[in-house]
Design a protein around this ligand. Structure first.
Ligand SMILES: Cc1cc2nc3c(=O)[nH]c(=O)nc-3n(C[C@H](O)[C@H](O)[C@H](O)COP(=O)(O)OP(=O)(O)OC[C@H]3O[C@@H](n4cnc5c(N)ncnc54)[C@H](O)[C@@H]3O)c2cc1C
Length: 458
């Protein structure tokens, strides 16, 4: 690899993962991030508390333990611990409340619907099983192109199973709005249902893994060895070929050179930066769909400590027992609040509500910050799945590689991290972990098949 320089555009887990893996393999890396800090969606926030501050994640909060094999290896390698967090939802609708602790009238009213839901989950799981390898481990990376559930919307099958529109809009959409980061779910393919239900079961609370400390530690430790090559507040606005090398220019006119480029940002930022995109780049990148293209619900958020946004009669309970509060207004609009101080380890002892609210028109007091969240997650739909599959025809062409959410089937921290490792592997970096964890290795091979069309030799 000599002095081969690789420029990575985007400092979320995909870009940092690619840079980390490439640097370990001896490549000279330079990482560009437009925000003041690395992390992308995995942001760390400092809450003012008595005698100082408390740090916590804001958006990317937890993950399903049984599926994140490679991310766990990364945390072990970095010497960072993890813990678990109960995840439970409180939904307020004009028809009543749905609480995942089974204490609400809506649970009883929808008892028949929940029964149908269980039948639907069992049917779709059996159907999808038929198309997957029999000896597979628990994984989010298995995918069959021949499964008709890839193209059949979950909503259609749910309706065929007698799931009412009311149940869909009052229970399914609110609970999973925080999973898909949208309220627009009618085109979500049915193939996702078995994994979805195993991660966030509709009826009852679950437990997920989370970091022992703030997520910023992950990014700091991953980049320590090449800290001088990390450029935050560098928004790359132009990538062009000059004299056989890439020239990257940021919004302030600063110029850098590199031999290869890894794009780890959203597809539209890639297209904006490329000086002369090919027709295929225009077609695939220009048609990638993000949640805020179709639904503004999660495109902005407010960080605050104002618990008065919860209904008065349940305020204390929501603030101490539920992670996510969702309120429907009856006209199809939805407000969503992540209640970080309820059960996030180490936060509830401060006695300060720590809340992240999307799409509220209530007056909110005690505001710590208002943020935009452009192109944070792509939509889960057939169009994006086709684009994801076709990205293999672009990967590595003219020394440009791509990773990050739009190159993965669904938004998830392990998925994005793996996409960065696959981009690094395609350039020449070996798999960075010991290969005796067969499940992690199998996931890595699966991800290569999805992104590159084949698994490269180890
Ligand atoms: C609200 C929300 C909650 C989520 N919660 C979870 C969760 O709990 N668990 C989970 O597993 N996943 C969650 N996800 C999914 C999450 O997106 C992924 O886990 C992962 O963090 C995405 O990483 P990434 O590197 O692919 O993209 P991002 O994190 O989006 O990083 C892309 C980076 O590129 C930068 N960038 C863009 N354009 C440029 C440019 N021109 N120049 C330089 N830099 C640029 C951006 O600033 C950003 O930092 C959530 C997503 C959202 C939106």
């Amino acid at each position: 690899m000599g002095n081969l320089k690789v420029a990575i555009v985007g400092g979320g887990i995909a870009g940092v993962g690619a840079a980390w893996s490439l640097h370990r393999a001896g490549y000279d890396v330079e990482l560009f991030e437009k925000a003041p800090a690395l992390g992308g969606n995995a942001k760390t926030f400092r809450w003012p508390v008595e005698n100082g501050y408390a740090e916590s994640p804001l958006l990317v909060i937890a993950w399903p333990d049984m599926y994140y094999h490679n991310y766990h290896l990364l945390l072990d390698e970095l010497g960072l611990g993890r813990t678990t967090l109960p995840i439970s939802y409180f939904v307020r609708s004009p028809d009543g409340d749905f609480r995942q602790d089974g204490e609400s009238a809506l649970d009883r009213r929808f008892a028949g619907q929940f029964k149908r839901w269980r039948k639907l989950v069992a049917f779709v799981s059996r159907f999808c099983d038929f198309f997957l390898p029999k000896d597979r481990h628990e994984s989010i990376y298995y995918f069959s192109y021949f499964n008709p559930m890839n193209v059949i919307p979950l909503y259609w099958i749910a309706r065929l199973f007698g799931i009412s529109n009311e149940f869909w809009h009052t229970i399914f959409v609110p609970v999973h709005s925080a999973t898909f980061i949208t309220t627009s779910m009618k085109r979500i393919p049915a193939v996702i249902l078995p994994i979805l239900e195993s991660i966030v079961p509709l009826e009852k609370p679950c437990r997920m893994s989370t970091w022992d400390g703030p997520p910023r530690q992950v990014f700091e430790r991953m980049t320590t060895a090449f800290a001088t090559g990390v450029h935050t507040e560098h928004e790359i606005s132009r990538v062009a070929r000059e004299n056989g090398r890439f020239v990257l220019e940021d919004a302030k006119g600063r110029r850098y050179e590199a031999d290869k480029v890894v794009f780890a940002c959203d597809a539209h930022s890639v297209l904006d930066a490329l000086e002369s995109p090919t027709w295929l780049q225009r077609l695939l990148l220009g048609n990638s769909q993000y949640v805020d293209d179709v639904d503004p619900t999660f495109s902005k958020f407010v960080v605050h400590s104002d618990a008065s946004i919860f209904p008065e009669e349940h305020r204390d309970e929501i603030a101490s027992k539920f992670n996510t509060y969702v309120e429907l207004d009856g006209k199809g609009s939805l407000e969503c609040t992540f209640v970080l101080s309820s059960q996030y380890p180490g936060l509830n002892q401060h006695g300060v509500p720590m809340l992240v609210t999307f799409n509220s028109d209530k007056p909110i007091d005690k505001v710590h910050g208002r943020f935009d969240l452009p192109r944070a997650n792509h939509t889960l739909c057939l169009r994006n799945l086709m684009i994801m599959s076709a990205m293999r025809f672009l990967q590595g062409k003219n020394d440009i590689h791509y990773c990050g959410t739009f190159t993965t089937p669904e938004g998830g921290h392990d998925l994005s991290f793996m996409s960065g490792l696959v981009a690094a592997r395609a350039i020449g970096a070996p798999y960075p972990f010991r290969s005796d964890n067969l499940e992690a290795v199998a996931d890595f091979h699966q991800m290569q098949r999805m992104m590159l069309g084949r698994a490269l030799p180890d």
